[in-house]
Design a protein around this ligand. Structure first.
Ligand code: SAH
Length: 369
C-alpha cells in the first residue's frame, strides 16, 4: 500500500514465508494443527519450485494454503521491475516493505547462474566512479532482504535450473553489514534451511575494511574475498576511494593477507579501469610490484559508464597492455566482461534511474514481463 508524500510504504503485518527458518515454520505449522512434514513441503516450494502464489502450492491442503495466505507473504520484497538485457542478464528492482528499492542481477554464463546481490540501500563509501554511493547510505538491508534477492532471482530460472554462484557486488559495502550478510549467506548455504550452495561459490566484495575482513576470516567460512583496490598507490586510491584516507592501502593488503593465511582462500583484487586515470603503464607496473609474491588474483573491470560522471572506459589496447604488465610480475589477471549494459546493470544504476525520474509515470514499474 502506498503511503503519503514521504513515499514510505505501510509495513505489511504479514511475514515473509520464504525467509522463515525451519524452526519458525515448525512452530507455526504445529500451532496451526498441521503435520511436521508440511515444513519440508513448504521449503521445497521456497527453495526449489516456482510458486507465484500460495494457491500454486498444490500438494498442501487447501485450508493450509488459505491460512498461509492470510498470515504470510511469499517473499520479503516485491518485484517492482525486471529488465532483461540482450545478453540474457536479468536486472531486478525489488521493493522493500518500507518502499525503498534494492537491486539484484541474475547472470547466465554457460552452466553458471550467478546472482549479484546488494547489502545496503545506497552506500557510504563514496567511491567516485560508482552510482551506488552518490546519495550516501540509507540503511543496512535485513538478513531476510539479502536472502530474498537470491530467492527472487532463482524464481526467474526455468524449472530444473538453480542459482550456482553468488557475488556480493551489488549496492552497498558488504562488510559494513557483515552480521546480516552472514545470516543470509548461511541460509543460502544451508542444505536443510536454504539452497545448500557451497560456500566456495560465494564471493564477497569489499572496499577493504581491515577489521571486518579479519572478523570474517575468524568466522570459519569458505567465502571467496574480493577486495576493491582500484589504485596501486596511496595518493591515487585516496582520490578514487575516499575511505582510503582513513584506512590506507597497506592496512587493506595486510588484512587481505591475513584472510588468505587464516582461510586458505586466495584473494581477488578488483581494479576498475578508468581511462587515462589509473590505466597507464606506470599504474600496471606499480600494481604488479605491490602484489608480486602474493597468491593473489587481479580482476580488471573496465569502467561501466554512469550518467553524469566524467570517467571514460579504458581503450581495449590499454586493458591488454595493463594485463601483460601485471602478469609480468607473476600475478594472475582476468578481465571482467561487461554484462547487462543495456539495462543499467552496474551497481546502483537502475535504482538511480528509477528514483531520478521526474514523472513516476515515465518509468515502467509493473509486473515482470
Ligand atoms: N562495496 C563493495 C561492493 C561494490 S560493487 C566493494 O567496494 O567492493 C562491486 C565492484 O564494482 C566494486 O569493485 C566496485 O568498485 C565496482 N564498481 C562500482 N561502480 C562501477 C562502475 N561504474 N564500473 C565498473 N565497476 C564499478
Amino acid at each position: 500500500m502506498q503511503g503519503g508524500e514521504s513515499g514510505e510504504v505501510e509495513a505489511s503485518p504479514k511475514r515473509p514465508l520464504f525467509g522463515a527458518t525451519a524452526d519458525e515454520l515448525r512452530a507455526w505449522v504445529a500451532a496451526n494443527g498441521h503435520k511436521p512434514y508440511r515444513v519440508k513441503q513448504i521449503q521445497q516450494w521456497a527453495f526449489h519450485r516456482r510458486p507465484k502464489s500460495f494457491a500454486d502450492m498444490s500438494d498442501l491442503p487447501l485450508d493450509l494454503r488459505k491460512k498461509l495466505d492470510a498470515e504470510w507473504t511469499l517473499f520479503a520484497t516485491d518485484l517492482a521491475y525486471r529488465g532483461v538485457a540482450d545478453d540474457g542478464t536479468d536486472k531486478l528492482l525489488l521493493r522493500c516493505r518500507d518502499g525503498r528499492n534494492i537491486e539484484c542481477v541474475l547472470m547466465a554464463d554457460g552452466i553458471r547462474r550467478t546472482v549479484c546481490i546488494s547489502t545496503q540501500v545506497g552506500c557510504g563509501m563514496g567511491c567516485v566512479f560508482c552510482a551506488s554511493g552518490l546519495k550516501g547510505v540509507e540503511r543496512n538491508l535485513s538478513a531476510a532482504e539479502v536472502f530474498d534477492q537470491v530467492l527472487q532471482a532463482q524464481q526467474l530460472l526455468p524449472p530444473g535450473e538453480s542459482v550456482t554462484h553468488i557475488v556480493v557486488m551489488g549496492m552497498g559495502e558488504s562488510l559494513a553489514n557483515l552480521e546480516n550478510l552472514l545470516v543470509a549467506l548461511d541460509r543460502v548455504c544451508s542444505p536443510d534451511d536454504g539452497l545448500g550452495m557451497s560456500q566456495r561459490r560465494v564471493t564477497i566484495s569489499t572496499v577493504g575494511l581491515p577489521e571486518k575482513i579479519r572478523k570474517l576470516a575468524a568466522k570459519d567460512r569458505q567465502y571467496h574475498l574480493a577486495v576493491s583496490l582500484h589504485a596501486p598507490t596511496e595518493e591515487l586510491r585516496d582520490e578514487l576511494v575516499p575511505v582510503n584516507e582513513k584506512i590506507g592501502l597497506t592496512a587493506v593488503l595486510e588484512a587481505a593477507d591475513d584472510y588468505f593465511r587464516i582461510t586458505g582462500r586466495q584473494v581477488t583484487y578488483e581494479y576498475v579501469m578508468l581511462g587515462g586515470l589509473n590505466d597507464r603503464p606506470q599504474h600496471a607496473t606499480a600494481l604488479g610490484r605491490l602484489l608480486k609474491g602474493r597468491k593473489a588474483h587481479v580482476n580488471l573491470i573496465p569502467y561501466n559508464p554512469v550518467a553524469g560522471l566524467p570517467f571514460l572506459r579504458p581503450e581495449p589496447e590499454d586493458v591488454r597492455g595493463f594485463t601483460d604488465r601485471v602478469e609480468g610480475f607473476g600475478v594472475a589477471v582476468t578481465v571482467r566482461r561487461t554484462k547487462g549494459r543495456s539495462i543499467d546493470a552496474a551497481c546502483g544504476q537502475l535504482r538511480r534511474r528509477f528514483e531520478s525520474a521526474a514523472e513516476p509515470e515515465a518509468v515502467a514499474i509493473g509486473p515482470p514481463s
